[in-house]
Design a protein around this ligand. Structure first.
Ligand SMILES: [Zn+2]
Length: 77
């Protein structure tokens, strides 16, 4: 079984849905079923990725506050 550090290392690929084999994806999903901490980490990473603007523009203060509020209020699905 994967360790938490393995999940953290592959979390971005899981969120992006790229560059994971079926075996890796299943192993990550199995770990997430059993590990509350990694489930929360991946959930917050998804919130962050879906909230950030796609461009490389700098965020203004209101955008930064909005993202921080979403991360702060996000809980396990
Ligand atoms: Zn874990």
């Amino acid at each position: 079984m994967l360790k938490c550090k393995d999940v953290v290392a592959k979390a971005d690929a899981l969120v992006d849905g790229t560059s994971l084999t079926m075996r890796e994806r299943i192993a990550l999903r199995m770990h997430l079923l059993m590990c509350h901490h990694c489930r929360r980490y991946v959930h917050q990473l998804r919130v962050l990725v879906n909230t950030l603007p796609r461009e490389t523009d700098r965020l203004d203060d209101a955008q930064t506050r909005d993202i921080l509020e979403k991360l702060d209020t996000s809980r396990d699905p």
